[in-house]
Design a protein around this ligand. Structure first.
Ligand SMILES: Nc1ncnc2c1ncn2[C@@H]1O[C@H](COP(=O)(O)OP(=O)(O)OP(=O)(O)O)[C@@H](O)[C@H]1O
Length: 276
């Protein structure tokens, strides 16, 4: 079992019974006094941030500034040295969340068919076999995804495997979904397709999403807000609002407002790179 698979197992095994309750409270993430060091390197020092509910937030910044570390701390995958992270006042283990790893090859269980990979978190939550079947079928139908759920990961394309990973994260109806460069291992054609799929999923689910991206155009295109981080110790260089209409499409890329926002983000990014 890989680190990603083990993390996924423990993440869902740790879900309390209350996590299966149908009442969904939209999270509003409050981060206060967050500090994190790796050795002598200070990545976060007394860092504060609020993440709005029901928005897609892209996290962008210089290489190694701490983008993945931030979402991994919020998602409880790595410990914080100090500080508090609350979801509408609740702790992480009181809410449902999903995590999509960059490396779908390691994240999916190779010995399970697509269906069983998607249904895995429900099994960990002790949802009955019949209900698991119904919920997976409902999710696939709702998303309008055409995929043979009997296939094993090795029989699927990279994009299909990542789609299965995303569906696995969504099947629990998470209040918040974390995605760490989910498309970076895909080819360009599949990346464009998956961006559209993610936008559709976001618009249909309204789930708060936090996406780490290395691609500024992608970060702005998908986001309601772009969180621009400085080099570590990371601080918020800007938290740009992207209010271009959805659904966004190829025409959005040449929309003057989109072009302006992208240039604005690039300017801040370059300023932060020069500063270091
Ligand atoms: N487990 C670890 N042990 C030691 N140092 C680490 C560890 N994880 C991350 N780092 C360091 O912490 C810093 C932030 O890492 P992180 O992966 O969060 O950055 P990032 O902004 O996501 O990077 P990238 O742009 O390269 O994806 C980097 O300098 C990295 O080398």
């Amino acid at each position: 079992m890989t680190v990603a698979q083990a993390t996924l197992s423990s993440q869902f095994e740790a879900l309390p019974q209350s996590a299966t309750a149908s009442a969904v409270v939209r999270p509003h993430v409050t981060i206060r006094g967050l500090s994190k060091k790796f050795g002598n390197t200070v990545i976060y020092d007394n860092f504060d941030l609020d993440l709005p509910r029901g928005k897609l937030i892209s996290v962008f910044g210089p290489n190694g500034c701490g983008k993945s570390t931030l979402i991994n701390m919020i998602a409880g995958l790595i410990p914080v040295d100090a500080g508090q992270i609350l979801f509408d006042g609740m702790l992480l283990d009181e809410i449902k969340f999903g995590y999509v790893f960059q490396n779908y090859r390691e994240a999916l269980f190779p010995w399970m068919r697509a269906f069983d990979n998607i249904a895995y978190p429900l099994k960990m939550m002790k949802v009955s076999k019949r209900e698991r079947q119904e919920r997976v079928e409902r999710l696939v139908a709702h998303l309008g995804i055409k995929l043979d759920l009997n296939l094993y990961p090795y029989q699927m394309s990279g994009g299909q495997q990542q789609l299965v990973s995303i569906m696995r994260a969504l099947v629990v109806d998470p209040e918040i979904l974390f995605l760490d460069e989910p498309f970076s291992a895909l080819d360009y054609e599949m990346t464009l397709f998956m961006r559209e799929q993610l936008q559709k999923l976001f618009m249909e689910s309204g789930t708060t999403m936090v996406l780490v991206s290395h691609d500024l155009e992608e970060a702005v295109y998908l986001a309601d807000r772009v969180l621009l981080l400085s080099r570590h110790p990371a601080r918020v260089a800007d938290f740009t609002v992207v209010d271009c209409a959805r659904p966004r499409d190829d025409a959005t890329l040449s929309d003057p407002e989109f072009v302006r926002l992208k240039a604005h983000c690039l300017e801040i990014f370059q300023r932060e790179v020069r500063r270091s």
